[in-house]
Design a protein around this ligand. Sequence first.
Ligand SMILES: C[S@@+](CC[C@H](N)C(=O)[O-])C[C@H]1O[C@@H](n2cnc3c(N)ncnc32)[C@H](O)[C@@H]1O
Length: 249
Amino acid sequence: MAPRTLANSHPTLLPLLAPGVSVLDVGSGPGALTAEIARRVAPGRVVGLDVNREMARLAAEQHASPLIPNLVFAVGDIRAAEWHGEFDVVNAARTLQWIPDCPTALSRMVRATAPGGRVVAMDADLARVEWSGPPRPWSRFVSAFLEWRAAQGLENTLASRLPELLRKSGLAEVESVPRVTRVRATDADFFRLAGAWRMLAESRGRQMVAAGLLGERERSLALASFTRWMQRPGAAQTTWEACAVGRRQ
Ligand SMILES: C[S@@+](CC[C@H](N)C(=O)[O-])C[C@H]1O[C@@H](n2cnc3c(N)ncnc32)[C@H](O)[C@@H]1O
């Protein structure tokens, strides 16, 4: 996730950032995007929130004060957040798709936003990702992945549902910007974007094995076949994402 920049992975947020704007970045992960946000809005206050303690620690080590004085990282679940109207922008990039109860998460995001401020949510339609001529073990892994997610109440087509969810959470002037990204083996971004799926088979794949949804042999076969697929000259990956923005009334 580290090489992500706002320009290459979350461009809809860029026009909302200006010096002095305060931002809550929900699901800040390794903090690369949060750090870029903080640099763009300085001296505006920026908080990166992540439920994963280790992730928040690493992000703080690499980016937070004193390196970037207007940035702090906090550990916590957005569904239990207690901020009230404190931020001009509350952003969640690729985070709601990992939270089983999106409406609760969104309601806390709305509550943390100042009246007139913006809530920004960017997520993928994971069930729509396409690979050219995918190896069979990889297709099996992806089916198991979607099944594993659904079993935990995670939405596999969240990008399409974001506008409806934002409206239901009481936001006004909701707009959604769809983004289809097709990368081929020869594109500079191919290894970053296809590699994210490879990493997923490494990390989430192990959780799927532990949950009994996949055998370890199936997981390693999928990983090996996808790694070989990535080296094919004709390999191409297409992803569907959307970024929805709404105004707190
Ligand atoms: C896929 S990462 C996205 C990181 C970053 N926003 C980006 O786009 O590069 C999702 C992050 O959301 C965090 N997360 C998941 N559920 C959360 C919750 N309920 N509250 C806060 N953070 C959460 C995860 O720990 C993970 O670091």
